[in-house]
Design a protein around this ligand. Structure first.
Ligand code: SF4
Length: 268
C-alpha cells in the first residue's frame, strides 16, 4: 500500500451530483478497495501506477485549505457531500483525523453536510456531527454476509459494524440513510437489508451495478475464488435489463412494505 502526502490548493469542489452544490474528498484513493468501485477512474488523475485500492494520497492540509476557501467565499452555506470518490472514514482517518478537521472547519458555515461511508469510524465524530446540526450520514450496505464483504469490499468494515454505527448515529439524533449500492445479483438480499435497517434510517436508496465502473479482472478473480458456484448466474443477471427492472420494482415494494422512504433506485 502506497500512502503519499499531498498539499491541496482547494478541497471544496463544485459538484454536478444532483442535490449537492459541493463535494469534499480529504483523500484520493481508498483502501476499502471495493471490486466494483465507481471511483476507479480517479486513478488517471493521480499519476499512480498502482491499481485503485492500493494507494492513497492524503491531503494533509485539507482543513487549512478549506478554511482559506471559506474565508474567500462571499456567500455562506450550500449543500456539501463528503466522500464522493473516496471513503472519508477509511482506516487511515483513525490516525490522521483529516475528515474530523474538515467537519470542524465547516462548523458554523451554514452547510447541509452529508457523509457517504462504509465505515463505523464515523461514530467517533458523532458529537461533531450533532454540533453541525444539518448533517446526515449515508451508510452503504450491499449485503449482510461478511463473506460477501470480504470478497468484494475487502478493506471495509463488516456489515455488523455498519449496522451498529447506524444504531449509534440514529440514537444520537444524527440523520441516517442507507445506500444499497450496488445491488450484487445473487449476493444482495434486499429484504434482509430492509429488515435490518428499517428502524435505523430515514430513507434508503438503491443502485444497479455500474458495469462500466467495475474492475472486471479483479471482480472476476474474487468471484471465481470465493463463489465459483454463483458466477454464471451472477453474469447472466448483470447483463439482463429485465432482471434490473425487477430488482428496482422489488426495491420500491419493500420501501412501501417496511415504511422506509424511498430515495430512488438508480439504474445504470
Ligand atoms: S468505499 Fe467507496 S470509494 Fe472506497 S473503494 Fe469502496 S466504493 Fe470505492
Amino acid at each position: 500500500m502506497l500512502i503519499r502526502e499531498i498539499q491541496a490548493k482547494s478541497v471544496l469542489t463544485k459538484s454536478n451530483i444532483p442535490g449537492a452544490d459541493f463535494c469534499i474528498n480529504p483523500y484520493v484513493g481508498c483502501t476499502h478497495a471495493c471490486k466494483y468501485c465507481y471511483a476507479r477512474f480517479m486513478t488517471k488523475y493521480t499519476g499512480h501506477d498502482e491499481p485503485w485500492g492500493e494507494f492513497v494520497d492524503v491531503k494533509v492540509n485539507a482543513a487549512e485549505a478549506l478554511r482559506r476557501q471559506l474565508e474567500r467565499r462571499r456567500k455562506k452555506g450550500g449543500s456539501v457531500l463528503i466522500g464522493t470518490v473516496t471513503d472519508a472514514y477509511q482506516p487511515l482517518e483513525r490516525e490522521l483525523g483529516l475528515t474530523r478537521a474538515v467537519l470542524e472547519a465547516l462548523s458554523g458555515e451554514g452547510f447541509d453536510v452529508s457523509i457517504l461511508t462504509k465505515s463505523d469510524l464515523v461514530v467517533r465524530d458523532v458529537e461533531t456531527l450533532r454540533e453541525l446540526g444539518n448533517c446526515a450520514v449515508e451508510m452503504t450496505i450491499t449485503s449482510l454476509d461478511d463473506d460477501v464483504r470480504a470478497a468484494f469490499e475487502p478493506g471495509a468494515p463488516s456489515p455488523a459494524r455498519r449496522l451498529a454505527a447506524l444504531r449509534v448515529l440514529h440514537d444520537n439524533g444524527v440523520r441516517t440513510s442507507v445506500s444499497v449500492g450496488p445491488v450484487l445479483p445473487g449476493f444482495t438480499d434486499l429484504r434482509e437489508v430492509f429488515e435490518a435497517v428499517k428502524n435505523l434510517v430515514g430513507g434508503i436508496r438503491g443502485e444497479s451495478l455500474n458495469v462500466r465502473a467495475v474492475d472486471w479482472p479483479r471482480f472476476e478473480a474474487a468471484l471465481r475464488r470465493d463463489f465459483p458456484e454463483r458466477a454464471a448466474a451472477f453474469r447472466k443477471a448483470v447483463a439482463s435489463a429485465a432482471y434490473w427492472d425487477e430488482v428496482a420494482a422489488t426495491f420500491e415494494d419493500l420501501c412501501a412494505a417496511y415504511d422506509v422512504p424511498s430515495q430512488g433506485f438508480c439504474l445504470h
